[in-house]
Write a protein that binds this ligand. Structure first.
Ligand SMILES: *[C@@H]1O[C@H](CO)[C@@H](O)[C@H](O)[C@H]1NC(C)=O
Length: 103
């Protein structure tokens, strides 16, 4: 066994897609603890990050009302990933998306 540190890793670079398409943004994580929470945030230019959703290792997470319709994610603790899928893309989805881990 090797001690894991708490970290997340998102693929670098921009994702380009057309209006109406779907995209999936990757997020892999390691955690030093056996239970953890993963969060996704959206940050538009000159704005603070907005909470989209969280997912727990055990039990359901929550999704902010304004994102419920088109944003989804499921945490896979085996592959330690929590990809964010956005359906039916709108131009206003253009932003920086952050994945975050809380041990
Ligand atoms: C998780 O830990 C492994 C082994 O130390 C490392 O190879 C991998 O890059 C780490 N992944 C993340 C998301 O930090």
């Amino acid at each position: 066994c090797r001690a894991q540190t708490d970290s997340v890793q998102q693929p670098g670079g921009d994702v380009t897609a057309a209006e109406g398409d779907s995209v999936t943004l990757g997020c892999h994580f390691n955690s030093s603890t056996s239970n953890y929470y993963l969060f996704w945030y959206k940050q538009e230019e000159n704005n603070r990050p907005m909470f989209i959703l969280n997912r727990f290792k055990t039990g359901a997470g929550t999704t902010a009302e304004e994102f419920k319709e088109r944003f989804s994610s499921s945490l896979d603790s085996n592959s330690r990933s929590v990809p964010l899928t956005i359906q039916n893309l709108h131009v206003s989805d253009s932003a920086v998306y952050y994945c975050a881990l809380q041990p």
